[in-house]
Design a protein around this ligand. Structure first.
Ligand SMILES: [Zn+2]
Length: 341
């Protein structure tokens, strides 16, 4: 009896697939140039140790934003020992990476070894004081990048790994971690619009209080920034300043001006950057301090376009209707839509 039921179901499924096959054919004959639906881009978010308490939530926000575009399929790879996960611990199991242990200090994970080569783009949500990756993993990442990989450095990821030279070449500019003139110049725009590389001595990394500040586009014809208004507002976020690093093969796409009244500098500081590393592409965003910063439409749009560009060298996503202007800061409330696992 059961066998008969299965047989009927099987025959029905054959019939259905035959129908859909015919429909496909008819469709193709009507639209000769309909492009084949492409497989999604594969993105990997790496995280686990960050001085920003938002990090477990930030990873899930970025994953959901990426997947909602329909362009990306996102995996997460996390260090076995985490740091700073307490505030957003309810988001930890949603990553689907198995059990991890939160410690009082960042601790080296000798088994941290993502298969970078399986991904079109790697996004770092590590932060200040993150423990060094194993040497083999560092080498694998350098090879992945120099042979044509994609990388996105998100907010405090530019605080990580001050002693890893190749990583600092990838991000171009970094802050804190005892970075000084030994690590490279300051890079900024003056109020008159001049791009400056400044080798003068001093610490790397500072910021005033979180606040809404203006972003100025410096490269309007780059795929990531094309179509954005010349000036647009963040939501409440940190305006990183006085970053320094090798800054080779780097283009500053957009700068930020701290208007909090407590600005560390009177300069326009790099906020969105792109870099070449061998055949690899890097998108570096300094934005994204906390959840309300990541909900910014300016952040979301530049992040998604930056990730697509890092993965493919192109951007297909339009500027959304709710993109901020020079007068209006815009944001979208984040709600996790995928059921827990
Ligand atoms: Zn921050």
């Amino acid at each position: 009896m059961k066998f008969l039921l299965y047989l009927v179901l099987y025959l029905l499924s054959l019939d259905l697939s035959a129908h859909s096959g015919r429909l496909d054919k008819m469709d193709t004959s009507k639209h000769h140039h309909e492009p084949k639906r492409k497989a999604p881009l594969k993105a990997l978010i790496v995280d686990g140790q960050n001085n920003h308490a938002v990090w477990p939530k930030a990873t899930l926000m970025m994953k959901q934003y990426l997947e909602e575009t329909g362009l990306f399929q996102v995996a997460i790879y996390r260090t076995r020992f985490t740091w700073g996960a307490e505030r957003e611990k309810e988001y930890l199991p949603l990553a689907g990476v198995g059990a991890t242990t939160d410690l009082e200090n960042p601790q080296h994970d000798p088994d941290f070894a993502p298969m970078f080569k399986n991904y079109d783009v790697v996004i770092s949500n590590f932060g200040w004081k993150a423990a060094d990756w194993p040497e083999d993993t560092q080498k694998a990442f350098e090879e992945y990048m120099s042979s044509g990989g994609g990388f996105v450095s998100f907010h405090a990821a530019n605080n990580s790994f001050p002693d890893w030279l190749e990583y600092n070449k990838m991000i171009g500019l970094g802050g804190w971690g005892d970075r000084t003139e030994k690590d490279g110049p300051y890079v900024y725009y003056t109020n008159e619009g001049e791009l400056v590389r400044d080798p003068s001595p001093g610490k790397g990394g500072a910021h005033g209080p979180s606040h809404i500040f203006p972003i100025t586009i410096r490269e309007k014809d780059h795929p990531i920034t094309r179509g954005m208004p010349k000036v647009w507002l963040t939501t409440k976020d940190e305006c990183y300043s006085q970053l320094r690093g090798p800054a080779e093969n780097m283009t500053v796409l957009a700068t930020g001006k701290d208007v909090s009244g407590k600005a560390p500098t009177d300069r326009h500081e790099p906020m969105l950057m792109v870099l070449d590393y061998g055949k690899g592409r890097v998108f570096h965003t300094t934005l994204g301090h906390d959840d309300f910063s990541i909900e910014s439409v300016g952040f979301i749009t530049s992040f998604l376009r930056g990730a697509e560009w890092a993965a493919t060298g192109k951007v297909t996503q339009p500027i959304p209707d709710d993109f901020p202007t020079a007068e209006n800061s815009t944001s979208r409330d984040f709600k996790w839509k995928i059921d827990g696992q």
